[in-house]
Design a protein around this ligand. Sequence first.
Ligand code: PLP
Length: 397
Amino acid sequence: MGETHLIYMDHAATTFTKPEVIEAMLPFLKEHFGNPSSLYSIGREGKEAVETSRKKLAKALGAAQPEEIYFTSGGTESDNWAIKGTAFSRQKKGKHIITTPIEHHAVLYPCEYLETQGFEVTYLPVDEYGLVNPAEVEASIKKDTVLISVMYANNEIGTIEPILEIGKIAREHGIPFHTDAVQVIGKVPLDLQREHKDVDMLSLSSHKFYGPKGIGALYIREGTEIDNYMHGGAQERGKRAGTENVVGIVGMGKAIELATANIEAHNEKLSKMRARLMAGILEIPYCRLNGHPEKRLPGNLNFSFEYIEGESLLLMLDQMGICCSTGSACSSGSSEPSHVLRAIGLAPKTAQGTLRLTLGDANSEEDIDYVLEVLPEVVGKLRAISPFYKPESKCEK
Ligand code: PLP
């Protein structure tokens, strides 16, 4: 992890690029620089590398054919394409979309944009753990519903949604189903021909599973109605024009191969470290765990500490060499409680003191020891200067 020793506990924001991934990419930055659309040999090499990567992604996701994988610039683009591309292509059939209030902004903002274009969006309620109830999905379906989009797992609180049940309902009603699976690659085994046969579109992003940034993919099941996203050249079967990011695509191919090779052992290691970290942190007074206690991503922890500003906590931990985040990485810099914490009903004051620690391959048991040594001290110091904190204070829910 570089020269200075950092305790990196922000794997949900991004991950380091694995050395094997960098190795695989290097030749495509150096000698194999050809444009995949060119017919001479260095172009053909690029094309071949892109197609090999497509096959690796299809295999890792259990897709029926590599042609169902479309390369994009990342999770944001994949989500935008799935939402807007489906909505516009099906608008003659109807203009109603179902989603949740805890989606990433890459889903929520395209939905808000569609509302300005005459679409109606239902934002399903979630429970205190951030879980969507499949029965509510079914109850909110209308004659003109043209898309259901529910994330596989939440990036802030780690809650894993009942995607299989929701997909089944969507299929029974003949409605396309999209899921943002950006946070689950390498943590939940996917099989789009069997267990996940009711998922029509699935977004992923390479930098969340130890691949490079700025590259991702959208899985589109054969036969799914969707508008082309980028208009121009014939790349990605004309659906997403633009010279391919060969280096990124090769890196993502290697990364997904590594990430899905041994999901069980990886999860076991993370869950073990996470359990010790969680138990230690919950000993700090006036601290609550956000998200579902069991149905959550193996490396995710999200706590709210009363009488503390998450931002101050983050900065003090940074000074001690610990990288983590408050609320969500994408909304840090603003002190408004995140939309996810609001949706699960946290009081604004409680939500303010939120810290997300996400474990991954950069962590060891020593990291857990260090955080458990530092965090209670830092929380204590911040509370000592808080005008609202009295040791006999009661925790607000
Ligand atoms: N969806 C989820 C659930 C995410 O966590 C993220 C990134 O934080 C994104 C989408 C956006 O992905 P990208 O950074 O590749 O645009």
